[in-house]
Design a protein around this ligand. Structure first.
Ligand SMILES: Nc1ncnc2c1ncn2[C@@H]1O[C@H](COP(=O)(O)OP(=O)(O)OP(=O)(O)O)[C@@H](O)[C@H]1O
Ligand SMILES: [Mg+2]
Length: 230
């Protein structure tokens, strides 16, 4: 899919300013930038949740799924995990259980968790459930907005590995948003950098990390701890 000249205004304020960005089929595009740079607003425009000007080609907004930072707010506390994952499935009742089990397995969760409630799961497990739920409708594009930011560092890596394996296994196209360049670098084929509503730079991950052409990208790289730079 391609986003062309996308602009989102809130009154006189321009939150996303003339952004053009391609998300190739089956690729993970990482979107990085400081707080307030317009990342989530861009995501909401692609999902059809805020009005915009410009063109979004090659994806039906009804086939875009978003996963957010805090899965506790997106999972109904009164519903079992199985019921939550089954909710969006357009399948006859009899086929649902098998599909729930397939989805839980896809995100490396034991199928027995289907009987449990969100409060009984760890943050990392809840985030896997949110991803399973989003995958249930077979999205053309998955948008992950700061999905590891609320997690312990110890489980962040496991969720990032899950994202990578989903790209390998099901060829998922994804817009992966984070303010953390080390995290974005780890999962993304392409990195796009936003600054004050504008896309300042985009390119294949390793090229961009090795030779950033934009001063703002260089400042983000300098802020990444040594370990993350590998
Ligand atoms: N509904 C809205 N009405 C007015 N201004 C908004 C609205 N939504 C976002 N903004 C503003 O647009 C700008 C971009 O916000 P956005 O949430 O897209 O940033 P972000 O890059 O996702 O930041 P963060 O990393 O903190 O999540 C901010 O200045 C924000 O205050
Ligand atoms: Mg945001």
């Amino acid at each position: 899919m391609i986003i062309k000249n996308l602009t989102v205004r809130f009154g006189a304020f321009t939150a996303v300013d003339d952004v053009t960005l391609e998300i190739p089929d089956g690729a993970i595009v990482g979107l990085v930038g400081e707080s307030g740079s317009g990342k989530s607003t861009l995501a909401r425009a692609v999902s059809g949740l805020v009005p915009y000007t410009g063109v979004i080609e090659g994806v039906d907004p009804r086939r875009v799924q978003m996963v957010f930072q805090d899965p506790l707010t997106s999972l109904d506390p009164r519903m079992t995990i199985g019921a939550s994952v089954a909710e969006g499935l357009r399948l006859p009742r009899a086929a649902r259980q098998a599909e729930v089990e397939r989805l839980l397995t896809l995100v490396s969760l034991p199928v027995a968790l289907a009987e449990r409630y969100p409060r009984e799961l760890s943050g990392g497990q809840r985030q896997r459930v949110a991803i399973a739920r989003a995958l249930g409708v077979r999205p053309a594009l998955l948008i992950a907005d700061e999905i590891t930011s609320a997690l312990d560092v110890s489980v962040q890596g496991a969720v990032l590995n899950l994202i990578r394996s989903l790209r390998e296994e099901i060829g998922l196209s994804m817009l992966f948003i984070s303010h953390n360049l080390a995290v974005v670098r780890y999962v993304s084929d392409v990195v796009a950098v936003m600054h004050r509503g504008r896309l300042v730079e985009a390119g294949p991950t390793e090229e961009l990390v090795k030779a950033p052409s934009d001063a703002y990208t260089r400042s983000l790289l300098d802020a990444v701890p040594r370990l993350g730079r590998g």
